[in-house]
Unconditional design. Structure first.
Length: 135
């Protein structure tokens, strides 16, 4: 609400500094309510959905296979892209492991071991003879 008020004030200042014909379409770019000085309600917040893994998802072989599968689909990308994707996958994996342990679907010790395995898992490599970038 404050941001919209500041924008409206800025528009008023610009209109005062420059006659109507000198600001080419400036007020036409603003929503009607803002151009008229009315405030707009904030949009509703998006619903938050929390992922709750089930027993099958929390199995160690499923977790490590899913981690590898997610990275394998980007195997032809640059090392920088792969490193960033790995970081994202580690963040998702950590959250999943924490949720699995919190729900007592796996023990904390098993979750910690899987976490160490994921951190040390090498990045997938493109097969020899293929380009470094995906088509």
């Amino acid at each position: 609400m404050v941001r919209l008020g500041l924008i409206a004030l800025l528009v008023e200042v610009l209109v005062a500094l420059f006659p109507a014909g000198r600001l080419i379409g400036s007020t036409a770019l603003l929503p009607g309510a803002l151009a008229q000085g009315r405030t707009m309600p904030t949009p509703p917040a998006a619903p938050v959905r929390v992922y709750r893994p089930d027993f099958a998802t929390c199995q160690p072989d499923h977790l490590t296979a899913a981690f590898r599968r997610q990275l394998d689909q980007f195997v032809g990308q640059s090392p920088q892209v792969m490193a960033r994707l790995r970081t994202l996958q580690l963040e998702l994996g950590e959250a999943t492991l924490r949720s699995c342990a919190d729900q007592n679907l796996i023990s904390r010790e098993v979750a910690e071991q899987i976490w160490r395995d994921l951190q040390t898992m090498p990045l997938p490599q493109a097969p020899p003879g293929t380009g470094s970038q995906r088509p």
